[in-house]
Write a protein of this length. Structure first.
Length: 424
């Protein structure tokens, strides 16, 4: 009788423990589901509050009462970094230089030439507005090649654009060929012979991606024999979708290691886990591509044309980083602001689409392109801190403002849209 009673008591205790464990697991599941729902609600509220309604967009435009001009003037910056002194424009009759190589064209003043470019474009002196329209029509998104920086110790330049519309028929556009040849000759020193030099085209994409775009009506200059004065370099930087997947894996690694209690195991496996995300590999490719452009400009003294597919993601990264390394002004606090205004905001990097501002674009358009640029700048600052007037704190503040949208600086995708909504 005693054995039967003990067995019954043990069975009852086991049933109680199993019931308590099942109830606790169900409670945890309910709490997890509730937390998940609350996170979704908070995320939607943050999205709704991230960007004000269209009727209140003008509240983000700050105008100083003491001055009617903005602190950044794109025309003055082109005078500084390309013309190097007060140069001529297409609508100006007075010239300080008797034979200027570059002029500021206002053919895009009403955004009729390219709606994602700024109003002021620096082009060779001999270029006509009709030729600019023809070249823009041959480039994707009408983003024609324009000069953004000139070597102050020589005559070679950095230009940026989008890919040409070569297509399956491998069509040649004589206006585009003549325009690039004129850029090449304009950036050539008078003592140099064209036969011994070339216009270096730095295509940010892998060569397979450039060839693949032919099926969609685009491509690259190396497919056309008429660009025989160009030398092509493929920098093998992946597209926005690869970068989005990489940063997602990096987020997961950060979250998993934040919950790890074993500090020794965390330190041991951290670098391997980060390496598996390929984030640092992408940063390395970006910096190595930038160094190739810098060597071309500074040591080889030859001109460079930078483009990717549409010329507003990888092109902005490479062009801005190259100028950051070449021009000490851009390594000051004010100069860094000017660089972002010119290369990112002025030439139409799609901040709204890439960072998912509410009501703009699709989740498939999101990608940490600007964050990659800031990370690459951080790597440079960390290696050469004495060469920069700013440090990590400014970069973190910059990224905070990008997501906070406290000001109208990073709203919308281009100057045209910001002017339209009065947030510039």
């Amino acid at each position: 009788s005693s054995s039967s009673s003990s067995s019954s008591s043990s069975s009852s205790s086991s049933s109680l423990s199993s019931s308590s464990s099942s109830s606790s697991s169900s409670t945890e599941a309910a709490h997890f589901s509730l937390r998940k729902k609350m996170r979704k609600v908070l995320y939607r509220l943050l999205q709704a509050l991230m960007r004000p309604p269209k009727k209140q967009m003008q509240t983000l435009a700050y105008t100083s009462a003491s001055s009617t001009t903005r602190w950044y003037n794109p025309t003055e910056e082109l005078y500084r970094c390309v013309l190097r002194k007060r140069g001529a424009s297409m609508h100006s009759q007075e010239e300080e230089d008797s034979s200027p190589r570059w002029i500021i064209s206002f053919a895009n003043f009403q955004f009729e030439l390219c709606d994602t470019y700024p109003k002021e474009l620096c082009v060779p002196t001999v270029t006509t507005e009709a030729q600019l329209h023809a070249v823009a029509h041959f480039r994707t998104k009408c983003r024609l090649p324009v000069c953004v920086w000139r070597n102050p110790y020589w005559t070679n330049v950095i230009c940026r654009s989008s890919q040409p519309r070569v297509g399956l028929s491998l069509q040649k556009n004589s206006d585009d060929v003549d325009y690039l040849r004129e850029i090449f000759l304009t950036g050539l020193h008078p003592d140099d012979s064209p036969e011994h030099h070339a216009l270096h085209v730095f295509d940010a994409r892998p060569q397979s991606a450039a060839v693949g775009n032919v099926a969609r009506g685009a491509g690259s200059e190396f497919l056309i024999a008429a660009y025989n004065f160009c030398r092509h370099h493929f920098l093998c930087i992946e597209n926005i979708h690869t970068m989005r997947d990489s940063i997602s894996r990096l987020h997961e690694v950060c979250k998993s290691f934040a919950r790890t209690t074993d500090q020794e195991a965390s330190e041991k496996d951290w670098l391997a886990a980060v390496a598996n995300t390929s984030w640092l590999e992408h940063i390395s490719l970006l910096l190595s591509g930038t160094l190739r452009i810098v060597r071309c400009i500074h040591f080889d003294r030859e001109s460079a044309l930078i483009h990717c597919s549409d010329g507003w993601d990888r092109t902005s990264q490479l062009s801005a980083l190259a100028q950051l390394l070449l021009d000490p002004f851009y390594r000051t606090i004010r100069g860094f602001q000017v660089l972002i205004e010119k290369e990112w905001l002025g030439y139409g990097h799609m901040f709204a689409r890439r960072y998912g501002q509410p009501g703009v674009g699709h989740t498939n358009d999101r990608s940490p392109i600007f964050l990659q640029f800031v990370d690459a700048v951080f790597q440079c600052v960390r290696q050469f801190p004495c060469c920069f007037e700013f440090g990590e704190r400014l970069l973190l503040c910059l990224m905070d403002e990008l997501f906070a949208c406290t000001y109208g600086t990073f709203l919308f995708d281009c100057v045209h849209e910001r002017e339209k909504h009065n947030t510039h």
